[in-house]
Design a protein around this ligand. Sequence first.
Ligand SMILES: [Zn+2]
Length: 237
Amino acid sequence: MMRLLYFAAFAWAWGALAGQIPPSTEWTLAELIGLNEPSRDPAFAPIPPSHASREGLYLRTSARDAFLEMAAAAERDGIHLVAVSAARNFAYQNGIWNRKWARPQYAGWSDLEKARDILKYSAMPGSSRHHWGTEIDLNSLENDYFTSGEGRAVAAWLEAHAASFGFHLVYTADPQRPGYLPERWHWSYMPLSAPMLAAYNECVELSVLQDLEVAGMAWADSLRILTDFVNGIDAGH
Ligand SMILES: [Zn+2]
């Protein structure tokens, strides 16, 4: 029965993808919450140095291939796309989270206040879409970069063409959208991330996250991590 429900969830998500056919893959709970190692996982492939800010950036293979196709098309239009972050597993995300948690500026803050502030841009480990290997941060982690000059040209190119390669902005400026603040650099490979979100919603309960050792996770329920953050994406997706 669970298996049927699982596939029903996929079928629903796939149907929403207007004819794009994802591979017939199932994901383990561990993969959905980032308890994997992309560099040693045959389902992942590296982003070559020509389009990566550093070594060691991986995506799931179909997402990586789609990104390289998109990057080649952009190059022909004089736009250089560079991945600055891609798949991040639980351990990596936990490193980001803990570094921010220890910021001197948070001295005297409550755990809830700290978590809420970090969540403006960074996911609680176990709840990041970057765990899935479907998400890529492009060119800059500053929204301002995309408002003028080269960055503005990059943003305009992506807005015009990314969807035809399967990539969509999920953290848009729509004031109705809950969760993270707008991120003009974060692109999601929807042919995979839509069914992975459905799988995540099917498999991951709050208790699963609370079993992970994460600073502030006791507040995950109050912060609406699953409803507002994991699912707080652009309404069109
Ligand atoms: Zn991102």
